[in-house]
Structures are given as C-alpha cells and as structure tokens.
Design a protein around this ligand. Sequence first.
Ligand code: C5P
Length: 289
Amino acid sequence: MNSIVEKAYAKLNLSLDIRGRHPDGYHEMLMVMQTIDLCDDIKITLNDEGRFTAASNLGFLPADRRNIAAAAAELFLKEAGMEGAGADIVMQKRIPVCAGMGGGSSDAAAVLRALNRLTGAGFSAEKLEAMGLELGSDVPFCVRGGTALASGRGEKLAHAAPLPDCDIVVCKPRFSISTPTLFRLVDGCKLRYHPDTRGLTAALESGSVADVARRMYNVFETVLPRRYVDISAIKSVFMDFGALGTVMTGTGSAVFAIFDNTDTAAQARDALRERYGTAYLAKPVGKVL
Ligand code: C5P
C-alpha cells in the first residue's frame, strides 16, 4: 500500500485574544480552539520520483509545492529521511477558503498524521506539531484537534475540556478579510476589551454550552473596517434566530453561532445561505490523534 486517506477537519475560535507583539512581528495569542465535523477529504499517494502535487476541486488553489498540503508532505518526508520520495495529494475541499476556519492548516496537519501512519515513521504528536509550526501558526492545533487553549503563535497547546454536543452554524460571506491587514489594524490601536478566557475554559469545564456561547469573543471584530458591516449583520441574524452566542472565527470572514435546538439552527442556516453566501450545520469533534 502506498496510498492513504485522511479527513482534515475545520477549526473555530471560541475565543481569540491578542496579548502583545513579539520582536519578530508575530503576535502573542490566547485562543480557545475547537474542531468541527466540516472536513476536507485527502488522499495521499507516495511516488519514487520526488514529485509533490496537490490537486483539488478548487481550481484557484496552487497544485504544486506552494500548496500547504504538498509543503507538509515534503517537510515530513525530509524529516523521515525519505530522500527521493514524493507525494501526490488529491483533496476534496469543503472547508471554505480564507474563512478563519483553518482549512489549509488542517490539510497540512492531516498530511502529517497520514504520512506518519503510511510510512511507519512513528513520530510523536509533539514532533508532528513542531513540524506543523514550520508550515503555519494554526497547524500545531490541527494535528490533534479537539478543544484546546492555544498561546504563543498558536503552538503552545494546553488542555481544555471538550465542548459538549451542540448545534453549530457557520456562515461564510462572499467577501474575505486579509489576515495581515487585520493584524496591522490591531497594532495601530489599543484593545480596550478582551475575552474572558478563564471564564470560557471554566464554562467548558462545567459542561454548560450556554455559558460557553455567552463568553465567545474575538478581538479582531473590534478593529474591522466599516465595509465589513455584514459581519455584525450576520451575528444579528443568528441572535434573532435564538442563538446562545455568536462570534467571528480567526481573522474571518466566517461567523458562527451555537444553538441548543437543531431545527432553529437549520432555519438560521437556510436564511443566511440565502442572504450572505454559504452556510453549514456542524457538530463539535473531539481529538483526532
Ligand atoms: O503563521 P501563519 O503563516 O499562519 O501566519 C500568517 C500571518 O498572520 C503572519 O504572516 C503574521 O502576519 C500573522 N500572525 C501574527 N501572529 C500570530 C500568527 C499570525 O502576526 N501569532
């Protein structure tokens, strides 16, 4: 067997805080991250020609080493000492791109997990996370997934109690928001409000979905330029449908809400899909490694 399939799950930020800026330009983050069941399907086939390809159903994504999934395979095979080997990757992408849902990061993490099994390299989860950080700040979380408290660039991962079963609706409006631009806007102002991260992790510990949802908060929302007014409009629609809480994930542009009723969640999804672009029903997922 020289092929393997793996699922790459999307992530959401239940909270996102920026605590400072490092001399290298990266920001000190404090985030509660959650894996959901919306996923890309990935098939990896090893080759002996040292070729790295990444085909997908999205024609605008690069299909060579510039694709983070192919870059992950190249890094892994180098670390495993498999010089000369390459990987042909085929992806069925479902996670919206440029959404703050970690689609590319999750693809890269899935490639690392899958190649670890396929090659029998036997790297520890910690080693896979360290490789992941070379590819992107959100990749280390995506290696194991579940629910976690992430700090540093996003690579310092600490335990958080799993989000109990609930109905999640994610809406990805048609526009995207530039990540570097949002970080620059944060640099240009003093953040007045911060999420109650400790309260949020305590709510997870207590198992109260309503208490979790009420504490969801993302500092990037406070610096959004006026033209992204649809972000708050989508949040209003969610609350009108009876959401327990709603927030933008990462640097957007996806916004999600937590519901305690599947029927109203589905109604909110249908209404948002009609008005703003794409919308999905999702469930929380626990650790994947
Ligand atoms: O690490 P990654 O490639 O995912 O980061 C994308 C961009 O986001 C970086 O170039 C940087 O501008 C910004 N970033 C940051 N601080 C972090 C993570 C990302 O400034 N902790």
